[in-house]
Design a protein around this ligand. Structure first.
Ligand SMILES: [Zn+2]
Length: 149
C-alpha cells in the first residue's frame, strides 16, 4: 500500500478493524518514510490470506485472534500492549507482502514466535508450547537447546 503523502511503497499497519458491512476492512497505516498516517478502506477478500490449520481446515486470518494469543503468552509479564499491537501489525504486513493467499498455521506461529523471542524469553516459550505442540519436558528441552546460545 503506497503512502498517500509521499508515494513511498512501504507502510505499516497500526490498526485494522472490520468495516460495518463486514466486506471491508478499515486500516490505519503509517508511512515508513515520512511517518504520515492515513486510513484505508480495503476490500476484505483482496486482503486476507487463509490460514490452513494442521487438520487441513481453513479460516481467514484474524488479527484479533492472533492478538489474543499474544496476550495470553504475555500474561503477567512486563510487556506493554503497544508491543503486542506492533507485532500484530508487523505480522499482518508480512502476510500482505508475501502475497500468499494461503498460509499454514505453523508458518504463522513461527513468525509470531520469532517476534516474541526478541521481546521476552518467557513469552516466547509460552507461545511455542501452545503453537508448536510441545507436550513434555523433553520437547521443551529440545526447544531450549535449539534456540538459546
Ligand atoms: Zn510517506
Amino acid at each position: 500500500m503506497k503512502c498517500q503523502f509521499c508515494d513511498h511503497p512501504k507502510t505499516r499497519v497500526l490498526d485494522s478493524r472490520p468495516g460495518k458491512d463486514n466486506n471491508h476492512i478499515r486500516r490505519r497505516r503509517q508511512c515508513s518514510e515520512c511517518d504520515g498516517r492515513f486510513t484505508t478502506f480495503e476490500r476484505l477478500e483482496e486482503n486476507l490470506a487463509l490460514v490452513v490449520k494442521r487438520d487441513g481446515r481453513m479460516e481467514p486470518f484474524d488479527r484479533n485472534k492472533m492478538l489474543a494469543g499474544l496476550r495470553r503468552s504475555c500474561t503477567k509479564l512486563p510487556i506493554a500492549e503497544d508491543h503486542l499491537t506492533r507485532i500484530a501489525g508487523l505480522i499482518e504486513n508480512r502476510i500482505q507482502e508475501s502475497r500468499r493467499r494461503k498460509l499454514r498455521s505453523q508458518v504463522l506461529g513461527d513468525w509470531v514466535a520469532a517476534a516474541l523471542q526478541e521481546i521476552h524469553p518467557a513469552a516466547y516459550i509460552r507461545y511455542s508450547m501452545v503453537h508448536r505442540q510441545i507436550h513434555d519436558l523433553q520437547d521443551l528441552q529440545k526447544l531450549l537447546d535449539e534456540e538459546l546460545p
